[in-house]
Ligand binder design. Structure first.
Ligand code: FUL
Ligand code: CA
Length: 498
């Protein structure tokens, strides 16, 4: 955010604006005759992020070799010694799991840099990896791109190794690290920032507790507003309070059943400003209806119990992962699955198998839209270009819309014959904002309409998992509440398949 903008925000006493970052550019000018956008709308960068849906976050540092979750920052660099590191093995397993991107933890809280940085001696060149000539960030980046996955980085602001942590010199070092990562590894889809900041650590041998004020110490206004935005305009900034993507408020992988993509970050009690690591999170899982910013949720959850590999832990089952998919992607958010390579530097065969089976479930379930050949009748249509049939064309860019004054509508689908389904999928045309506030779905049981599901938010995608499969040849969608006219880009009926 430019300084002048920051001053204006402060002058207005607008804490949330400060936390939320720059106003989001409108992705496209509305097409002639299109509905007016409603409320906060996604930027082009956020629209691209919505398309990723499922990605991974990978932790492999000296902490893996110590069998810990948070390294203290005192591990000898020689501790980092994967016996058989294989970036392709990890990325191919991720791809089989349906992951479309990978965020690499390039530096975790222990401070060890996985690339040969000029900013600190505590880096991979001092380890035995590739004879001190290795660059793990490069290897993962290239494997990701080779296999068609997007690439992002996580560089922990908290650094338990650096003697400088807590001083201005450390901030300069941290910003220089970001600049190296932003400048050397091609376009990033995410720049990920955790909120764990300050506490005890090694700090160059001081072995003490250091506290910083998150509200000011990292100068996010400059760090993100100038450095990240300028060097990596495609990178979605993730933190517990945004700017582009918000934390969902838990590390269990699910959003609330009603989940809005708009959000107004909430300052912590007694504070004026919502800043990373120092905020109030009750609304993170739900979002804020009519919130100031388009700031959808990311649901991060490790594939195993911990973020780092521990031999005693097991990966989640494919069914559990599919359930999380329904509760994250299916609630307009994204699923960010933690991948923890073992001390070989590869994913354990159990993790590979779990990812493959999960990927198959998603792929097989959504391979065939059982509503695709339905005959459609809409209670209202805006006019040419906004026909109801656009909800079945498999194209997120085309959408059914109602006339400006029409804020309730129904869509009846006559299927070519009885179909059995247990997942219903709905998508709004989000470039025009999140509009729909209530909907339900009914099935014709031969004598009357019977409600089979419903909810209060749709957004980028809403998946309704039915308790039991329903067989019907007529289905009706009722959009029952919205402040403005309606848009729907896709509708689908699916049968869960392994
Ligand atoms: C958190 C960190 O404290 C964890 O160690 C892990 O890296 C997770 C993804 O983010 O904020
Ligand atoms: Ca469509």
């Amino acid at each position: 955010m430019p300084r002048s903008y920051l001053r204006a925000a402060l002058a207005l006493g607008c804490a949330a604006l400060l936390a939320g970052g720059a106003p989001k550019p409108r992705p496209h000018a509305p097409a002639p005759g299109a509905p007016q956008p409603y409320g906060a709308v996604p930027s082009a960068r956020q629209l691209a992020w919505h398309g990723v849906e499922v990605y991974g976050i990978m932790h492999l540092t000296p902490t893996t070799f110590e069998n810990k979750e948070w390294g203290f920052g005192d591990a000898n660099p020689t501790t980092f010694n994967p016996t058989d590191f294989n970036a392709d093995q990890i990325i191919k397993a991720a791809k089989a799991g349906g992951l479309r991107g990978i965020v690499l933890v390039a530096k975790h809280h222990d401070g060890f840099a996985l690339w040969p940085t000029k900013t600190t001696e505590y880096n991979i060149s001092k380890s035995p990896f590739r004879g001190g000539k290795g660059d793990l960030v490069r290897e993962i980046e290239q494997a990701a791109r080779r296999n068609g996955l997007q690439f992002g980085v996580y560089c922990s602001p908290w650094d338990r190794n650096s003697a400088k942590y807590g001083t201005g010199e450390y901030l300069a070092m941290y910003q220089a690290q970001l600049k190296e990562l932003y400048g050397q590894y091609g376009p990033l889809f995410m720049s990920w920032h955790d909120g764990a900041n300050g506490g005890d650590g090694y700090y160059g041998g001081a072995r003490e507790k250091r506290s910083i004020d998150n509200a000011t110490y990292y100068d996010w206004d400059h760090t993100w507003g100038d450095i990240t935005r300028k060097m990596q305009p495609t990178a979605n900034i993730f933190s517990d309070v945004g700017w582009d993507v918000r934390w969902v408020g838990n590390e269990e992988g699910h959003a609330a059943e009603t989940s809005w993509a708009t959000f107004t970050p909430m300052p912590a009690a007694g504070k004026n400003v919502a800043v990373p690591g120092q905020s109030n999170y009750p609304e993170n899982p739900v979002g804020t209806r009519n919130g100031k910013f388009w700031m959808p949720a990311e649901c991060d959850v490790p594939l195993r119990k911990g973020w780092f590999y521990h031999p005693a832990e097991q990966p989640k089952t494919p069914a559990a992962l599919f359930d999380l998919y329904l509760k994250s992607v299916g609630r307009g958010a994204a699923l960010d699955l933690g991948l923890a390579p073992d001390t070989r530097g590869q994913l354990h065969p159990d993790d590979v198998a779990a990812l493959q089976a999960f990927g198959n479930m998603v792929q097989h379930t959504f391979a065939r839209n059982l509503a695709r050949k339905a005959r459609l009748t809409a209670s209202n249509t805006r006019g040419p270009g906004y026909a109801a049939s656009t909800v079945l064309d498999g194209n997120g860019q085309t959408y059914w819309a109602t006339a400006d004054a029409v804020t309730k509508a129904s869509l009846t689908l006559e299927l070519p014959g009885p179909q059995t389904f247990d997942v219903i999928s709905l998508q709004e045309y989000i470039p025009l904002g999140q509009r729909i506030e209530a909907f339900n779905v009914e099935a014709w049981d031969g004598t009357g309409w019977k409600k089979i599901g419903g909810g209060t938010s749709i957004g980028a995608k809403r998946l309704l998992a039915l308790d039991a499969p329903v067989t019907a040849s007529k289905v009706r969608l009722n959009l029952t509440q919205s402040p403005v006219c309606l848009t729907l880009s896709e509708f689908g009926l699916y049968k869960r398949t392994e």
